[in-house]
Design a protein around this ligand. Structure first.
Ligand code: AMP
Ligand code: MN
Length: 333
């Protein structure tokens, strides 16, 4: 195999196809987070600037605290796109097309842009870079290739993706490039204090109460290295909070020095258990997630299992304890 030359790099191939095509649909994964919203809307504003027709479609609405960001009102919610009547679908942040939760896309011309390890390369064009701290970093590159200026709206969404996907600059996936892109976003008009307050300090009172209840109920395993949290509808009702209030709660235990990983069990109405994990440094929770059929990143990953929490809990906790032991062997001092 010959080494790819610069002209044939995935980002340039995607640029060329975007320039040749006119109508686009942009989508991302179910239960969108800041990086999926930011990547999609940054791309949408860039395609607007090129005079393209753009639809943004997700299966689930974004959490409330994202609603103030520019362009949120253009996101359509649908679980099926029968006849998209577009020239290409840009899929962001999805290791496989099923992660969109939208049916009918598989017949379209797919442009796959993702930074999750283990991407299935399902697109007509695939750009997969698991060294990117956020998909927003990749979108930044693509927008530069398209020679679209970094407007305040685009910069806001790129910064939003990076701020949230790095866990507000906590995760191990941050590089000098991350800060270089953020610097350019700030120069283009982003105010970091406003972004941080909007994303992280927009809690409802119900959420504050829920934090108390969750921490009260939290258990420790592995001599205090693993925090185990669980959430069900009764806790939401008792604290006057909703599912909308649960984003970010998983990160709280990591603020304790001893805790190396957190597992958060969310019991859903459909009898499934959603498992989210976070970790510090080299504790690899993506590996754990992939063994249970999910995915993510080294320090933030998740999966869903069917069954009752008491039945599945012990096996998952045991597997994470093993990941902690492996990760601590290479722990930076
Ligand atoms: P969450 O804990 O839901 O915030 O997810 C953390 C990270 O893991 C995100 O990057 C998700 O996209 C990824 N992730 C969560 N659940 C899954 C899954 N079932 N399959 C693949 N990736 C997942
Ligand atoms: Mn991401």
């Amino acid at each position: 195999m010959t080494a790819p030359n610069r002209e044939s790099s995935p980002v340039r191939q995607i640029r060329d196809q975007i320039l040749q095509r006119r109508r686009f649909l942009i989508t991302s994964h179910a239960r969108p987070d800041g990086d999926s919203i930011g990547s999609q809307l940054a791309m949408a504003f860039a395609l607007d600037a090129l005079g393209k027709e753009v639809r943004v479609v997700n299966v689930d609405p974004a959490p409330d605290h994202y609603q103030e960001f520019p362009g949120m009102d253009r996101i359509e919610i649908a679980s099926r796109v029968a006849e998209a009547r577009v020239d290409a679908v840009i899929v962001m942040e999805c290791s496989d097309i099923g992660r969109t939760g939208i049916s009918g896309l598989e017949r379209e011309y797919l442009i796959n842009i993702d930074h999750h390890a283990g991407n299935q390369l399902y697109g007509a064009l695939n750009w997969h870079d698991d060294t990117a701290a956020a998909c927003g970093e990749m979108v930044f590159d693509l927008i530069q290739e398209l020679a679209v200026p970094l407007t305040p709206e685009i910069a806001t969404h790129i910064y939003l993706g990076i701020l949230t996907d790095t866990g507000s600059f906590h995760h191990s996936n941050i590089t000098p490039r991350t800060f270089d892109i953020c610097r350019q976003c700030v120069e283009a008009g982003v105010t970091p204090a406003v972004m941080a307050r909007r994303v992280f300090d927009s809690n409802s009172f119900g959420k504050l109460k829920l934090i108390g209840a969750l921490l009260d109920d939290m258990e420790l395993a592995d001599e205090g290295r693993l925090a185990v949290m669980h959430l069900d509808d009764e806790m939401l009702a008792a604290t006057g909070s909703t599912h909308n209030d649960t984003e970010g709660l998983i990160n709280l235990p990591l603020t304790a020095r001893e805790i190396q990983a957190v597992v958060f069990f969310k019991v859903t109405e459909s009898g499934e258990v959603r498992v989210s994990m976070r970790s510090k440094y080299d504790v690899d929770v993506r590996q754990v997630a992939s063994e249970f059929g999910g995915g993510g990143h080294k320090n933030a990953a998740g999966f869903t299992v069917t069954g009752e929490l008491p039945d599945v809990r012990a096996g998952i906790v045991q597997r994470i304890v093993r990941a902690i032991a492996d990760g601590l062997q290479t722990r930076p001092v």
